[in-house]
Ligand binder design. Structure first.
Ligand SMILES: *Cc1c(COP(=O)(O)O)cnc(C)c1O
Length: 385
């Protein structure tokens, strides 16, 4: 059966060029980068090359890049690390109510440990108003953490404006850029960012490798302690093949970003417009312009998201309802709730996220199958009787 992958926001396949670059680092250049001998030095120089690529990509300095095990660790590190290191200054943290669970759960953990967290509401288009952030600041605020692009509805937050507010108030600013890194332009100085999380497997790199950008001078406590790797900020022997792959993935993304975004946006818009025109009682979730070029999150009334996903899967099409972490539970996603989608529309939601390897034919096929599936599901729906 022909399979169509439209779930690139959940993960991406590792690019063959990335794999080729990684392979020697498993058994030929296998040294521990902390070793002083030849084997170690070779591995270390590969790690530093990737660090430079990553830093250059976001306008940072190499020493400001810390490699981690992925986006989840980077988010945990940024939040818990700055909270612990700055608790003598204050105990208040500001975030939004549409964050990824990696940020959410870190906030809940910090609340259980003496910190106070404000979860700011977004507007119905899924965008956070910088003025709302400004008003939430207290004399105890030590950190603002806002995601750059949302993993479910793709909305892109005004991080530049929020970063300016944070800077004016001498508050650290962290962004979860896991969905945007390698997909839309990012510059840490331009956006006034102090910390940034990214993960390789969302940009055609391997799983289990991520980074946290930490602006020089930021007070942060190590999250992993042990050997003194990564300037004592992140212990554990480097994942050298992963780091090499991450560097290559960034290099490839940097060269293609704009062309890929344009192509995906064209296909994505075709998909959205077709659904909105041909399926009555359907709605786009999140702002139609301020969104990732590859994201189409749609709510379709009188059907269940799970039903749509299973129907699509039978036709060979992979999409997602809610986020990969929450699907499996019937609870509507916190993001759809946050943008005010009533239960009926939130339950009938489906996320298509396009990527590097999609074609126009695949989108045409998806539109055709989706329309047929909705028709069939609605015929059987108790909601319509
Ligand atoms: C995927 C994702 C994460 C988690 O990254 P992992 O590398 O899978 O741990 C965090 N935040 C966002 C926005 C994501 O999309």
């Amino acid at each position: 059966m022909k399979r169509i992958y439209l779930d690139y926001a959940a993960t991406t396949p590792t690019n063959p060029e990335v794999i080729r670059e990684m392979l020697p680092y498993f058994n030929e250049i296998f040294g521990n980068p902390s070793s002083l001998h030849y084997f170690g030095r070779q591995a270390s120089s590969a790690v530093e090359k990737s660090r430079s690529i990553a830093a250059g990509f976001i306008g940072a300095r190499p020493e400001e890049i810390i490699f981690t095990s992925g986006g989840t660790e980077s988010d945990n590190f940024a939040l818990k690390g700055t909270a612990w290191a700055n608790r003598s200054k204050g105990n208040h943290i500001i975030t939004s109510n549409i964050e990824h669970h990696a940020v959410f759960e870190s906030c809940i953990f910090l609340e259980e440990n003496g910190f106070s967290v404000t979860y700011l509401p977004v507007a119905p288009n899924g965008i956070l108003d910088p003025d709302v952030v400004k008003k939430a600041i207290t004399k105890d605020t030590i950190l603002i953490s806002i995601m750059h692009a949302n993993n479910e509805i793709g909305t892109i937050q005004p991080v530049k404006e929020i970063g300016k507010i944070a800077k004016e108030n001498s508050i650290y600013f962290h962004i979860d850029a896991v969905q945007s890194f390698g997909h839309i332009p990012l510059n840490v100085d331009d956006l006034n960012i102090d910390m940034l999380s990214a993960s390789a497997h969302k940009l055609y790199g391997p799983k289990g490798i991520g980074l946290l950008y930490i602006r020089k001078g930021t007070r942060i406590q190590p999250f992993m302690t042990g050997g003194g790797q990564e300037k004592k900020l992140r212990a554990s022997t480097h994942n050298v093949p992963g780091i090499v792959g991450f560097g290559k993935a960034i290099e490839l993304a940097a060269g293609k970003m704009q062309a890929e975004a344009e192509f995906q946006k064209k296909l994505r818009n075709k998909l959205i417009n077709n659904v909105l025109e041909n399926i009555d009682n359907s709605k786009l979730n999140g702002d139609s312009v301020l969104r990732l070029p590859n994201n189409a999150n749609l709510s379709i009334k009188f059907v269940e998201g799970e039903g749509i996903i299973l129907g699509l899967d039978l036709e060979g099409i992979a999409a997602s309802s809610g986020s990969a972490c929450t699907s499996g539970s019937l609870e509507p996603s916190h993001v759809l709730k946050a943008i005010g989608r009533a239960a009926d529309l939130a339950r009938g939601s489906v996320r298509f996220s396009l990527g590097r390897y999609n074609t126009e034919e695949e989108i045409d096929y998806t539109i055709e199958k989706l329309t047929a599936i909705i028709k069939k599901l609605r015929k059987m729906s108790p909601l319509l009787k």
